[in-house]
Design a protein around this ligand. Structure first.
Ligand code: NAD
Ligand code: MLT
Length: 526
């Protein structure tokens, strides 16, 4: 398998890839887009930082690509949606540079408050000794507003406490428990703006929409100081420049920009109140080594062993959770494959219902397994990454429901597949350490082993049908491995799932359909 390293990566990561048997590495940094498009089809893996833009055209040309690894956090240089539709996993390395970036945030906060870059420039470039010109501000006892209490925001909060700052946080997605653990107060954005002396941004890019524009600056505490080490498009540059000129905002310290590299003509560089670094947040030797090692390990683990870590376009499952839900991932996929082969019309919707202990686990990956199973016969290359995208594209409505009540089985998963003609449902359970069984099909209850080859019959519950079925299969050299019958009342319709050792041909199926009492025969292959 071939991996292309397209951006600067610490040699520690490249060495790990080179030492791995079965993986060939090419390091080709700074390729023009057209060149990348020309060569990308030779690679199964691609590693980038932020310089290489992995556009839809690059992904379309990447016919063999299975994984894109981002040595860093932000994946805004990668078209994650197009990669997802093509079944390509996008993974980042979310831990490696968080301390470094939090430290850069503190460095900018202090540099801005004490005018360090301006003073240095005056001393060195203009040869002027002017201590009175640069009156600074203390951080001590000031209020720091943090937008986004994720990995970096949390470390900034901890570091800022060392400076005796009061910390307020705005993050609609964190629990009160997490905020209490960190010892911060959670407020809404208007309150954060009104109360903060310093404001530091630590969210991802919010679909390109600025978080801070004219309205937010106008409601902020006059003289507020802003730090942005997250993403440039979180701030409306024109609004910031206006707010600084009107003194509503005292100063800003920026590491990231809506368009990078920042043009030397940018108005942001014309104001003394704004200090700038060229996207240095993650640029320490320690962080670059950590992200390079992490991305190399993750790519090898995926290409060689199929293990997915830190994927941004499929649910990440930690090892402990995976060990608990693994049998249900398999059951969900098998139930999806099973029911899909019994539909006469295109699928329009699916409902996955979790009952019992399984409802206490992570269900989202299991639902994706069900979708993968449902779509697998009709769509080549379906996988856990592209299944939800493809279902959405085809207008298949997906619903999940759960109940932790335990009935006959400790855990069951019911997959109800809907078409324009109606719906069919199958319920499965896991016996012992991973033995998947069907326990209900539509309204019929039985316990049927899920095997590679099966027949699903609807028949009249009258004497002789099973014998004749056995004769037809025997005459056509098909061995029966198991037979499971479900009926509601004697003499009425019944459903049978027959485990067979090989696939019957169409002539055998035709003969089975001619057997008196057999109403319908379908084959299922897992
Ligand atoms: P994270 O995912 O751990 O945390 C992001 C936090 O933002 C989450 O807690 C989330 O709930 C919160 N959030 C999301 N939408 C929000 C909203 N509308 N309002 C308030 N909060 C919201 O991310 P992280 O690892 O801490 O990284 C934060 C940012 O820093 C990312 O944009 C990342 O790309 C950037 N980054 C920049 C550099 C750099 O070199 N300057 C280095 C590393 C990371
Ligand atoms: C990130 O998202 O990890 C940072 O922007 C740093 C980088 O691009 O390397």
């Amino acid at each position: 398998m071939k991996v292309l390293v397209a951006d600067n990566l610490s040699s520690l990561g490249i060495d790990i890839l080179k030492q791995e048997s079965g993986i060939d590495v090419d390091v080709n940094v700074g390729l023009p887009k057209e060149e990348l498009i020309k060569i990308i089809s030779s690679y199964e893996g691609l590693i980038v930082r932020s310089a290489t833009k992995v556009t839809p055209e690059v992904i379309e040309a990447a016919t063999n690509l299975k994984v894109i690894g981002r040595a860093g956090i932000g994946v805004d240089n990668i078209d994650v949606a197009t990669a997802g539709k093509k079944g390509i996993i996008v993974m980042n390395t979310p831990e490696g540079n968080v301390i470094t970036t939090a430290e850069h945030t503190m460095a900018l906060m202090l540099s801005m408050s004490r005018n360090i870059p301006q003073a240095r420039s005056m001393l060195k470039d203009q040869k002027i000794w002017a201590p009175k010109k640069f009156m600074g501000k203390e951080l001590h006892c000031k209020t720091l507003g943090i937008v986004g209490l994720g990995r970096i925001g949390t470390i900034v909060a901890e570091r800022a406490k060392g400076f005796h700052m009061k910390i307020l946080v705005h993050d609609p997605f964190i629990s009160q428990e997490h905020a209490e653990k960190i010892g911060v107060e959670v407020v809404d954005l208007p309150d954060l703006l009104k109360q903060s002396d310093y404001l530091s941004l630590h969210t991802p890019s919010l679909d390109g929409k600025p978080l801070l524009s004219t309205k937010e600056f106008s409601m902020a505490k006059p003289g507020i100081r802003i730090v942005n080490c997250a993403r440039g498009n979180l701030i409306d540059d024109d609004a910031l420049i206006e707010a600084i000129k009107s003194k509503q905002v005292a100063q800003a310290a920026l590491d990231v920009y809506s368009k990078e590299p920042l043009s030397p003509d940018s108005p942001l560089l014309t104001l003394d109140e704004i200090i700038c670094t060229p996207h240095l947040g993650a640029s320490t030797e320690e962080a670059q080594e950590k992200v390079a090692i992490a991305v190399a390990d993750q790519i090898i683990d995926f290409l060689k062993h199929g293990n997915v870590r830190n994927a941004v376009n499929m649910p990440s499952i930690d090892a402990d959770t995976l060990s608990k839900i693994q049998p249900y991932l398999k059951l969900g996929e098998d139930l999806g494959i099973f029911i899909a082969q019994l539909l006469d019309e295109p699928l329009t919707g699916v409902e996955v219902q979790y009952n019992g202990e399984v409802a206490e686990q992570r269900m989202d990956p299991i639902t994706i397994s069900v979708l993968k199973g449902l779509l697998t016969r009709n769509i080549e290359g379906i996988n856990m990454v592209n299944a939800p995208f493809i279902a959405k594209d085809r207008g298949i409505e997906v619903k999940e429901s759960k109940s932790t009540e335990v009935h006959e089985y400790t855990s069951t998963i019911t997959v109800t597949a809907k078409t324009s003609e109606g719906k069919r449902s199958v319920t499965g359970s896991v016996f012992g350490k991973g033995d998947s069984r069907i326990v209900q099909f539509n309204e019929f209850h039985f316990e049927a082993v899920l095997s590679k080859h099966m027949l699903v019959l609807t028949n009249m519950d009258v004497p002789g049908v099973i014998g004749k079925l056995g004769s037809v299969l025997g005459a056509n050299n098909i061995n029966i491995a198991g037979f499971h019958l479900g009926r509601i009342k004697e003499g009425d319709k019944a459903v049978a799932v027959v485990n067979i050792d090989s696939q019957p041909n169409s002539e055998t199926i035709r003969k089975l359909r001619e057997v008196e009492g057999i109403l319908n025969v379908s084959t299922v292959v897992l």
